[in-house]
Design a protein around this ligand. Structure first.
Ligand code: PLP
Length: 382
């Protein structure tokens, strides 16, 4: 059997796969088994920040593999400590816990919030937003404000309540007995929907007033994606906890829960992970984070503006949302059909709800980006 047949035979069919087998890549160009080239405007859902087969990442990971692939968390390791220092410097938080995914970063944030609530007046409720997405584990699914994802898997852990996005009164109304508010600043899976700045600032103030932790889920928006290290830096707020993953590892699994002054409550024995902070993943992540500079962020911003200007008013495009290189395109056609047609034309795009979603590598060269946008325009206008 070939790989597609093996997949269909042996892998739990939880993903709706396109008929495409990728075998290799170089930067923002990927190739299938027949050698056909694709321009990649999805970067593995915001993961490959510096594209495929990134030589800097590969060198860092390979060197670490030859030194020490794994050590358990009873001991110190150099890459974990160095990565922690970098992330703390770039975020202004105080402590980090490393896990292996976005969901795990959020699990850690949920535990920290519950502990904070216990220490501050026996409060355990966590307010999240309707249409949010926080992961696929049972607790992060409970945190996810989408009924459609809750079907079949209850009962869920108690204490998650869902407020309306951009409606401060709705958050306030749920704040009795709450220890935290957790939200994405741009709802990614929900359709690339940025929150209103006045709402976000209002929630931050409410969290102070009601002694709740403000948890910002930057799993998708973090690590330069929106033209800042973290999206909260656009909004002028200081969260108590920031979670991130995806782009952090440059293609290897790592998640981080960054805790600020009020959120850094976890102490010895209260949380842990076998692979969290794995030296190889951390060495790769250091090579990524070290390159997340202001200069790069300016390019991200410029490229995002370019894509918007090239698509606004194009045939079949209704509207464009998002910041930097996290863009959602509301279209007239069915988004899944458009993504499939793009594949036929040598272009990889993502979808989010009924939108086409673009999350290209941050270092995608301008000509390649322009070529990809051209293909997308053609497909949308067919
Ligand atoms: N939070 C947000 C905002 C996400 O977009 C995702 C994944 O898409 C997650 C959490 C879950 O991350 P992971 O799939 O790494 O567990």
């Amino acid at each position: 059997m070939n790989a597609k047949e093996l997949d269909k035979t042996y892998i739990a069919p939880t993903y709706q796969r396109f008929d495409l087998l990728l075998t290799r890549g170089q930067g923002s160009e990927l190739y299938d088994e027949a050698g056909k080239r694709y321009i990649d405007l999805g970067s593995g859902i915001a993961v490959n920040l510096f594209g495929a087969a990134d030589p800097v990442h590969a060198a860092a990971v390979t060197a670490q593999l030859h030194e020490l692939a794994h050590a358990c968390n009873y001991y110190y390791t150099e890459p974990q400590s160095r990565l922690a220092e970098l992330l703390i410097e770039k975020s202004g938080m105080r402590r980090v816990f490393f896990g292996n995914s976005g969901a795990e970063a959020n699990e850690c944030a949920i535990k920290a919030a519950r502990l904070y609530g216990e220490q501050h007046g026996c409060r355990h409720k966590i307010i999240t937003l309707k249409n949010s997405f926080h992961g696929r584990t049972i607790a992060t699914l409970a945190a996810t404000g989408q009924d459609v994802l809750h079907a079949h898997f209850g009962p869920f852990p108690e204490g998650f309540v869902y407020a309306d996005a951009d409606d401060l009164a709705s958050v306030r109304g749920l704040s009795g007995g709450a220890c935290a508010v957790m939200m994405e600043l741009i709802q990614g899976e929900g359709g690339v929907l940025p929150l209103d700045e006045s709402f976000v600032k209002g929630v931050a103030a409410l969290c102070r007033e009601k002694d709740m932790l403000l948890i910002i889920d930057e799993v998708q928006t973090g690590n330069g994606r929106t033209g800042h290290m973290f999206a909260y830096q656009h909004y002028g707020i200081t969260p108590d906890i920031v979670t991130t993953a995806k782009g952090l590892g440059g293609g290897l699994p790592i998640g981080a829960c960054l805790m600020g002054e009020r959120g850094a409550v976890l102490t010895t024995g209260l949380h842990g992970s076998t692979f969290g902070g794995n030296p190889v993943c951390c060495a790769g992540a250091i090579s990524v984070v070290e390159r997340l500079t202001e200069d790069l962020f300016a390019q991200v911003w410029e490229k995002g503006e370019y894509v918007k200007s090239a698509l606004v008013g194009a045939k079949g495009v209704k509207s464009i949302t998002g910041l930097g290189l996290m863009l959602g395109i509301e279209i007239e056609k069915n988004a899944h059909d458009v993504a499939a047609r793009c594949i036929e034309n040598g272009l990889l795009v993502l979808t989010a709800k009924e939108k086409v979603r673009l999350l290209p590598a941050l270092n995608i060269p301008f000509p390649l980006l322009a070529e990809g946008v051209c293909v997308l325009r053609d497909v949308l206008s067919e």
